[in-house]
Design a protein around this ligand. Sequence first.
Ligand code: NAP
Length: 521
Amino acid sequence: MSAAASAAPAAGARERVRVVIIGSGFAGLGLAIKLREAGVDDFVILERADAIGGTWRDNHYPGCACDVPAHLYSYSFFGNPDWSETYAPQPELRAYTERCAARWQLHRFVRFGAEVTAAELDEAAATWTVHTRDGRRFVGDVVVAAIGGLSRPLVPRLPGLERFAGPTWHSAAWNHDVPLAGKTVAAIGTGASAIQFVPKLAPEVARLHLFQRTPPWILPRRERAFSARERAAFRVVPGLRRLHRAQLYLGHELRALPFTVEPRLLRLLEPVARRHLARQVPDPALRARLTPAYVMGCKRILISNDYYPAVARANVELVTDGIRELTARGVVTTDGRERAVDAIVFGTGFDIHDYLGGLRVIGRGGEELGARWRTSPEAYLGTMAPGFPNLFTMVGPNTGLGHNSIIFMIECQLRLIMSCLRRMRTHALATIEPRADVTRAYNDELQRRLAGTVWMTGCTSWYQNAAGKNTTLWPGFTLEFAARTRRMRPADYVLRRRDELPARAPAGVAAGVPSVPGRAA
Ligand code: NAP
């Protein structure tokens, strides 16, 4: 197969490849690596930014690190003996993605500044045309949306947001140019990101008002630096590193039991979290406001050793009254009190439920996948949807985890996609898509199983969509997902050779297909 051209085409240009990958985070890079290993060089990676790395490129807030151990939060096929500590800080993760790109020479496949607006199926030709905002077009047999769940920061539409005169930013777009030393700052949100940046912010600022809507459950973070000797041992004896990874994997995998089978087991962990809180926050009134009122695990369990001490500092105020509005000077709570601040930082999370990141994916009959998924995000194995042949979604519906590393799930999806691509080649298939009845049964099964999990014990979390349906998480052990994605089962799919494709609709019939924004003239 021909190598994709390395120079970015001019606006309006059209590039024809076998596979179009959207996104260069762990998922997109992983697929590119697997393609390269399979001898497929006929692909592009479309990246809206000017560098690779996905969430670990975008998130660089103070204290940013991964709360899954580094030896587990990395590809099984590209171990790194040199992680400095248990939980990798963001710069190390970003450097790791760069090393992957260098090792498999991926940069020449990346088209930077290529923000995808739409992907449109031509079923008669069995191709997808992918459009970018600057008017480029990429035509591929296969499209893989690897845009990630954490690529769309969510700033709540608080009344008066536009009135606030000072700087504001989201944790996923940290503004390092505004010095916060000696300033009064509002931080909104107390999720996974906030509990990492609050301990860095608190000692620096004059005063921090921390607005908490729901207190998280927080467990001690069992962390330590790897010694030079350990790292050398990991390097010289790769089996040691693999053993360490296997231990981490199994330890995490066992946690699926309380999450998905017997939520009452999580109650046994609650005293551990309560003791952690009691040890770190002496003031009983503050402790009470930091104590969650929902079953542990219903929302994501967080780990930190420095968050509670930061909240307990004299210059930090934990505000638990709701936010009524913002003014030019600051934040007004529901009791009418205004707190004047110099800057506002949002640690308010991401739009997890828009799996397609706002890009219009138009499949058979002009149906838009985003519209279908707005009410009911359902895929087969989180990876494919009926009516959208040759389209694959990485980290799609119900592939998220509360207990183990998402990189493991990504690798499962990579295996499934590569298995589909192999099948297409060996059987001269033009298209592949999951059967509608198989997809229906699969999603019914997921929802039946999710009903008994800790995530459905009554809290409000981003695991559920607006209708209260858990559309984000895998309901079992990751080993089961691995078994089900190991290779594609032909019986679960509609497979078409080129001579079985529907004939092109006569002119005029296709007029009902929505026009595509960003489409080159
Ligand atoms: P998050 O967990 O969704 O937390 C958002 C926080 O903002 C919550 O405390 C939420 O309160 C609050 N909030 C949202 N809207 C609000 C409003 N209108 N008024 C007041 N508070 C509001 O977001 P995140 O901390 O950015 O983390 C998102 C996900 O990123 C995590 O769950 C995790 O998957 C990932 N992450 C991972 C790591 C890691 O180390 N692996 C680190 C950071 C993030 P409620 O709880 O009441 O909704």
